[in-house]
Write a protein that binds this ligand. Structure first.
Ligand code: ZN
Ligand code: ZN
Length: 476
């Protein structure tokens, strides 16, 4: 459990100082009250509540893959926790896919050149099983989906191995397609299975799983991620000649299961129909305990609601927290929310999703129409001492929010330091010990403050333009 975090008098005075910038002339914006900043930012920094909650979720409940017992327990835990906080809460039904990993193994078969090696692997979420005796075939190393198509007949009967050079968090989006689409692309060309180098920025031979999807009318072949070290081994062995592997996966997709989005809210005092949505996803992968992904985000937004719920009077608008079901392997929770609330999306004045881990806050990002920055900037001063008081370039969003794009809901992001997020993301190493209690507290403070600003600032963010292209998918 975390100890109380030290907060110097100087820091407190910085947090609570009134903004220097004058309020926008068009409104009666007098800026935030220093007392409110202390009650939100100060409390989040000193009470250690988010980290204590994260321990309950990760150590107490554990992994939370859609349809699992852990996921069910997490839904009830979230409901009880909001109730204990005095925050109104309800459950909204979502049918979720239910994929079960089962036993799995792989090995590099011995040859004249080398002895046998075990492979540290994880089936990708959604993968079919191999036959009980496994799949045994030669490995074909590629770097891109395009290369598979270009290789033509050489792919037939092979295990296609997607190697890549991910080295930093920003690479994730560039290589994620190898994991999500590699099996379908390879199957079209006649491959019998795929291996993908784990999408990771660090490794102690820990494989990283993640979602993949098949395509209609294309054979479904087994797909797994291998550890970075095993990818390097395969690469070295392949440089000198043919390599055969054996893969045994017993994963299955069962009937869809009943689950829920957990929805909680603090009603606004003046414009209760105007909603500021704070999201995070309650599900996780089945390995590790989803501490960074997305337990950290869950506890940040829950704590924001708890602290804002204690304010008297409440902020002008409603702050609604949605703990989405099934972000990892289906996005059914995000879609269900957008459908169930279609009639009120015009009243969603802002939406923010925390799903990049529990790192320290770096600043605020916006996806809004012109004038959004000017509305928010004068109110961010209480975050300056945390290093998060600036508006950053780049987009805001989140996978679960993507179904809200057509309704032109403005998105706001509290950007966190995710430079180490992919060290543990989707792996057995995503556990509580990887989350720094102070960083989590700082980001929680930033989320609570930004949520309050969006709910209290006199004006609302201008809505962004309708998207010209299909919604980009966030891959966190
Ligand atoms: Zn996530
Ligand atoms: Zn994830």
């Amino acid at each position: 459990m975390p100890s109380a975090l030290p907060l110097s008098a100087a820091l407190l005075s910085l947090l609570t100082a009134a903004p220097k910038a004058p309020a926008p002339a068009a409104t009666k914006d007098t800026g935030p009250s220093p007392q409110v900043a202390e009650r939100l930012v100060g409390a989040a920094l000193t009470e250690g509540h988010a980290y204590a909650r994260l321990a309950e979720l990760t150590d107490g409940i554990g992994p939370r893959l859609s349809g699992s017992e852990g996921e069910k327990a997490a839904v009830q835990w979230a409901r009880r926790s909001f109730e204990a906080d005095g925050v109104k809460v309800w459950l909204e039904p979502v049918k979720v896919p239910r994929w079960v990993r089962g036993a799995e193994s792989g090995r590099v078969l011995a040859s004249e050149r080398f002895r046998e090696h075990p492979l540290a692997l994880l089936a990708l979420g959604g993968s079919v099983a191999t036959p009980p005796e496994g799949v045994t075939a030669e490995v074909l190393e590629v770097r891109s989906l395009e290369e598979v198509a270009a290789l033509g007949d050489k792919v037939k009967g092979k295990v296609v191995f997607f190697n890549h050079a991910m080295s930093e968090a920003a690479d994730y989006g560039k290589v994620a397609g190898l994991r999500t689409r590699g099996a379908a692309v390879s199957a079209k060309a006649g491959a019998v299975a795929t291996l993908v180098r784990s999408l990771a920025t660090a490794s102690l031979r820990t494989p990283h799983t993640g979602a993949m999807r098949y395509e209609e009318g294309v054979p479904q072949i087994p797909a797994a991620a291998v550890s970075v070290e095993d990818a390097e081994l395969l690469h070295r062995l392949l440089a000198a000649g043919p390599v055969k592997v054996e893969l045994k996966l017993s994963s299955q997709t069962l009937a869809d299961a009943d689950s829920f989005n957990v929805v909680a809210e603090v009603p606004g005092r003046e414009k209760p129909r105007e909603v500021v949505l704070l999201g995070a996803h309650l599900d996780s992968w089945d390995v590790g305990t989803g501490a960074h992904d997305d337990g950290a985000g869950v506890t940040m937004v829950m704590e924001a609601a708890r602290l804002i719920g204690k304010l008297k009077p409440a902020p002008r608008r409603t702050v609604r927290v949605v703990l989405f079901a099934n972000e990892e392997n289906g996005l059914r929770g995000g879609r269900a929310y957008a459908e169930a609330h279609a009639a009120e999306l015009g009243n969603h004045v802002a939406a923010l999703e925390m799903d990049s881990g529990g790192g320290r806050p770096l600043g605020v990002a916006l996806r809004a129409g012109p004038g959004g920055e000017e509305l928010v900037r004068p109110w961010l001063r209480p975050l300056e001492a945390l290093g998060a008081g600036s508006i950053l370039a780049g987009d805001a969003g989140g996978a679960d929010l993507s179904p809200l794009v057509p309704a032109r809901v403005p998105f706001v992001g509290v950007r966190v330091d995710s430079s180490r997020y992919f060290d543990v993301h989707h792996s057995a190493a995503d556990t509580l010990d990887k989350v720094d209690a102070k960083d989590l507290a700082r980001s929680t403070a930033a989320v609570a403050w930004v949520a309050y600003v969006l709910a209290e600032v006199p004006g609302v963010l201008p809505r962004p333009e309708a998207p010209a292209a299909p919604t980009p998918k966030s891959a966190h």
